[in-house]
Write a protein that binds this ligand. Structure first.
Ligand code: GLP
Length: 245
């Protein structure tokens, strides 16, 4: 794992955006795996700025998002489809038909998961951007007794529901289920970039980088991938740094 330690959130966002932009400059038709949550918002702001300055062309890019809440329509402001439009897709020249997110309203979620896996397999992910949950979840792959390889419907843990409640007006509105890409699909990406910021992520980052690879800490599986870059600020890396001294 390559670790880039930055001073703060802004530098983290800029450094991670540089990696994504380089990928697109080298291969404009790249397939980017994208993430939601508050952490990547700064990365997306940098991508939009680069586009406004004519530094990058997104017209050939394809994207596959990690996950979507089950039960939310794509025009629901809490859906991840809405999030991606708001923070990135509406401000750059990506073709919307090249952007893929699991459907939160699929009548048959099992079929939707299968369809999404086929899409990922056909496209192939060049670079996957990730955040990480406080309990080590990536996408919505929650701590469990085994890693789930493929796209699946997941019951969100109380910790995740609590953490995501800040985005909803009422705690009861937070969906209890989501469709998420599986671990095998995430690991199939040629390159992985994980962003993290803030002291509240320091304990999980240390476990993810130095701890045992186990499904109880889903992000620990990234230790087995050959090309992972963690871009995190000093606060998020504080517990890991102490261990290095
Ligand atoms: C959600 C998303 C994850 C994200 C996580 C952390 O649960 N499904 O992909 O990594 O939140 O979010 P934040 O960056 O807001 O801490």
């Amino acid at each position: 794992m390559k670790i880039i330690r930055t001073k703060n959130y802004d530098e983290m966002s800029w450094r991670a955006a540089q990696i994504l932009l380089s990928q697109l400059i080298v291969k404009p038709s790249s397939v980017l795996g994208l993430a939601t949550g508050s952490t990547p918002i700064g990365v997306y702001e940098h991508l939009v700025r680069a586009y406004q300055k004519n530094e990058v062309d997104f017209s050939k890019m394809h994207t596959v998002n990690l996950d979507e809440y089950y039960g939310l329509a794509k025009d629901n402001p809490q859906s991840y489809a809405y999030f991606m439009n708001k923070h990135l897709f509406d401000h750059i020249n990506v073709s919307k038909e090249n952007t893929h997110i699991p459907s939160g309203l699929a009548d048959d979620p099992i079929l939707e998961c299968k369809r999404y896996d086929e899409r990922i397999e056909n496209l192939g992910i060049d670079l996957q951007l990730l955040g990480v949950g406080h309990n080590g979840h990536i996408g919505f792959n929650e701590p469990s007794d085994c890693f789930t390889p493929t796209t699946h419907l997941v019951h969100l843990s109380q910790k995740t529901i609590d953490a995501n409640a800040r985005f909803f007006e009422n705690r009861q509105d937070v969906p209890k289920e989501a469709i998420t890409m599986g671990i095998k699909s995430i690991l199939s990406a040629k390159k992985i970039v994980l962003v993290a910021s803030g002291a509240d992520k320091s304990s999980i980052l240390k476990k993810m980088i130095l701890g045992k690879v186990q499904p109880q800490v889903p992000a620990s599986i990234l230790q087995l991938h050959g090309d992972v870059t963690i871009v995190a600020d000093e606060a998020a890396l504080s517990e890991w740094s102490e261990e290095q001294e």
